[in-house]
Design a protein around this ligand. Structure first.
Ligand code: ADP
Length: 334
């Protein structure tokens, strides 16, 4: 499809180029022939500085026919030259227009490919919970002795799958709308961390993980409060999910005047070097988490977090050692 469009665009560019070239060619031709006409056919053009009328009729005729010949030759020469120049413009311009068409279409082609990949990944992720629900329901329908308790169990499993899909669709929508304007306001760094603590304390308690936010120095950041809180929440939730019981997840924060730096430090399973390269890609899940029932994410969290930090003109970095734990650092301009 893009090959066809490139050819079409090349033809359009070339047509415009040739139209301009032919317009100037026509004008140059008119001017040159006009000058030639005035120079060779105008009045008193004996070429010797004497009035032609004083020359004999025979010499006058010879002079006129010589001038006509010179005129025809010069005109032909102009035509040849202009045709040659136009041919060069056609061939050279053809290559140039093809190159320009390729360059014009490249970003469109890239974003089209990214969109295709994204759609394929999203459909693939949605298909899994849908097929789980379908087969559970089909088996239940075929079971003539299905009890109410069993039916309820299937229904609650269905609700679980619907919840997962809702989370996935919300994540996808957020990624798709990420170009929207940020709603920046002066925000206390500590208030955002406290909000994260409030929303995740139950999960942390369930996993017997201590959340320590004593290292957060309060500072004012001009940012989208809701989105930056979401970033901290995504990273802290991962830190809890990928940590073992009785360990600590620390959140630290300090400002150097220009940037505020949050650090989320865990003592969990860590991330291998191979995984670290792709960890912020959409739908990427580390090997260690892919088969874990309890971590029911879709690999969208860190992609969303990175998008939000990028939109703020900030940076998100990761240092991790398998078996030792991970440190995520988020810097946002104050
Ligand atoms: P998910 O929803 O799968 O958690 P994320 O984008 O948030 O998606 O994370 C992508 C992958 O990064 C996870 O599947 C997991 O393998 C890995 N990961 C993220 N945070 C940590 C962490 N603190 N410790 C170990 N692995 C992590």
């Amino acid at each position: 499809m893009f090959h066809k469009t490139t050819t079409k665009l090349t033809v359009v560019y070339l047509a415009v180029l040739m139209a301009i070239s032919l317009f100037f060619t026509a004008n140059i031709y008119q001017l040159s022939v006009g000058e030639l006409d005035r120079g060779l056919r105008g009045p008193n053009r004996g070429g010797m500085g004497i009035e032609e009328d004083y020359l004999s009729p025979l010499i006058q005729r010879q002079l006129r026919s010589q001038r006509e010949r010179v005129y025809d030759e010069a005109r032909q020469h102009i035509i040849n030259r202009l045709a040659f120049v136009n041919l060069i413009i056609l061939v050279g311009g053809g290559f140039l227009c093809y190159y320009l068409a390729l360059r014009t279409l490249k970003p469109i082609e890239e974003s089209h490919a990214a969109l295709e990949r994204f759609t394929a990944d999203a459909s693939h992720e949605l298909r899994t919970p849908l097929s789980v629900m379908k087969s559970e329901n089909e088996i239940a329908l075929m079971d003539t002795k299905l009890t109410t308790a069993e039916a309820k169990e299937i229904l609650s499993s269905n609700i679980e799958e619907v919840d997962k899909m809702t989370g996935l669709v919300q994540g996808l929508l957020q990624l798709a709308r990420m170009d929207d304007e940020l709603q920046k306001e002066p925000t206390s760094s500590k208030s955002m961390v406290e909000e994260v603590l409030k929303s995740l304390s139950t999960v942390a308690e369930q996993k017997k993980i201590k959340l320590d936010i004593t290292g957060v120095k309060d500072s004012e950041i001009n940012c989208d409060k809701m989105l930056v809180t979401q970033v901290l929440s995504i990273i802290t939730k991962n830190a809890i999910n990928y940590s073992t019981a009785e360990s600590t997840v620390k959140i630290k924060g300090s400002s150097d005047g220009r940037n505020y730096q949050f650090q989320i430090i865990d003592e969990g399973i860590g991330i291998s070097e191979a995984d670290q390269l792709h960890i912020f890609d959409r739908f990427y899940r580390g090997d260690s988490s892919r088969n874990k029932e309890e971590n029911d994410g879709y690999g969208l969290g860190l992609a969303i977090a990175k998008n939000i930090v990028d939109l703020h003109g900030g940076k998100i970095e990761l240092k991790s050692k398998p078996g030792k734990g991970s440190v995520f650092t988020v810097s946002v301009p104050t």
